[in-house]
Design a binder for this molecule. Structure first.
Ligand SMILES: Cc1ncc(COP(=O)(O)O)c(C=O)c1O
Length: 396
């Protein structure tokens, strides 16, 4: 007899989301398809030679190889935590290595924050459109979502956590102004809410001047041990995502307890990975990030120009200064999921927007990634998409 697994899953297990992400990721590698679907960096731009050399160097040295291949501590490899602490200090966050936890990608930092702070049905504040991976990370606890703007309300807000992506948010590409950042911090203070800062795209700025992180603003006024911000960073967007390494920066009690949760889940991030990233992060020239920003900035410019040239009236889109995404709003009568089915037939893919709304989805929205395709694919793909939208009976 076939087991009825659904009945046996715990409420937490049953709540796990993410099936859409799996489906989108499958589209990424389909031959002949111009995919604007994934949220992925261009693998042609990975510092592969440096990564290969770092592996060899570590594994060819018997003493270092032993450390690299052995069990290790949950908080992470001390030299990598040192490198991250210094990187954060350069960005205005006075912190030491005891404020840093190494995670398996920043996704694990988001997940562990949810596990650490949220009980069933607790309140979470997010932008109306938010990172799908955050919704999946928190899915098991079935949070009560409410808008981030509630932090500006005078009356009491019943939320434990507010989640923000201050730079080039996924999926909209939009950023918070300095004034918005200050208002978030003040609101979190007034309502006694923890702020979870997701800095995944911060380093990928193509235009405009960098702004301080929420954590940097908070720590400019008080010691990190008094801060209510939990910051998640990552190597995925600037070096490579495949080694799965990110970090959390927060007050020591948060790092200590989160380290125990991580220990219960996976003991630690691979020491080999952490040693390789220490080598690569400290030897990677600043020109690498400048090259990424130049290449991706040109792709963003090409996609914005192609949208302006090929989209029919009634279609609008965001104009980000960095990151990986543009958010498109179609005329209300067009359902982006139905459009996707046609678009795949025409050799183009994107992500329909509905999944990014915690509730009341808008079906006439979609997300485009501009970092994974070259300039000619961007022009071709957007031209095809524009044609399909213009041909729809209800296009304006
Ligand atoms: C906004 C945001 N946060 C976090 C992540 C997680 O990335 P990683 O776990 O590779 O650091 C992503 C991945 O795409 C993202 O878009």
């Amino acid at each position: 007899m076939v087991m009825d697994w659904q009945d046996r899953f715990s409420p937490y297990g049953r709540g796990a989301g993410g099936a859409e992400t799996r489906a989108f990721l499958r589209l990424v590698g389909q031959p002949g398809l111009i995919s604007f679907a994934g949220g992925i960096p261009d693998s042609e731009l990975f510092p592969s030679a440096l990564i290969a050399e770092a592996h060899r160097k570590i594994l060819d040295d018997p003493a270092r190889a032993k450390t690299a291949l052995q069990y290790s501590v949950s908080e992470g490899y001390a030299p990598l935590r040192e490198w991250i602490a210094s990187h954060m200090r350069e960005r205005g966050v006075a912190c030491g290595i005891d404020n840093i936890l190494i995670t398996n990608g920043s996704q694990q930092g988001l997940y562990l924050t949810g596990r650490l702070l949220l009980g069933a049905g607790d309140g979470v504040l997010t932008e109306r459109l938010t990172y799908l991976g955050l919704l999946h990370a928190f899915a098991g606890t079935e949070p009560q979502y409410a808008p981030l703007s509630d932090l500006r309300r005078a009356e009491r807000v019943h939320a434990k956590l507010a989640y923000a992506m201050p730079d080039f948010a996924n999926p909209t590409g939009q950023s918070l102004s300095l004034q918005d950042r200050e208002a978030l911090l003040a609101g979190a203070e007034a309502h006694d809410v923890v702020l979870l800062e997701d800095a995944a795209y911060t380093e990928l700025r193509y235009r405009g001047a960098p702004l301080p992180s929420l954590l940097a603003l908070d720590v400019s006024r008080r010691d990190i041990e008094e801060s209510r911000v939990i910051y998640c960073g990552t190597f995925s967007k600037t070096i490579i995502p495949g080694l799965r390494a990110g970090w959390v920066v927060a007050a020591k009690p948060v790092i200590g307890q989160m380290g125990l949760l991580k220990q219960a889940s996976d003991f630690h991030t691979s020491p080999l990975t952490q040693m390789v990233l220490t080598e690569v992060a400290s030897r990677l020239p600043q020109s690498h990030i400048a090259m990424l920003c130049e290449t991706y900035g040109a792709r963003l410019g090409a996609m914005l120009a192609a949208l302006a040239a090929h989209m029919p009236p009634g279609v609008s889109w965001t104009k980000p200064e960095g990151g990986m995404f543009i958010w498109v709003t179609l005329p209300e009568s067009i359902d982006a999921a139905a459009l996707l089915a046609e678009a795949i037939g025409a050799g183009v893919a994107f992500v329909p927007g509905a999944a990014f709304f915690p509730d009341n989805p808008k079906h006439n929205t979609l997300r485009l990634n501009f970092t994974a395709c070259d300039l000619s694919a961007i022009q071709q793909g957007i031209a095809r998409l524009g044609q399909l939208i213009a041909q729809r009976p209800n296009a304006v």
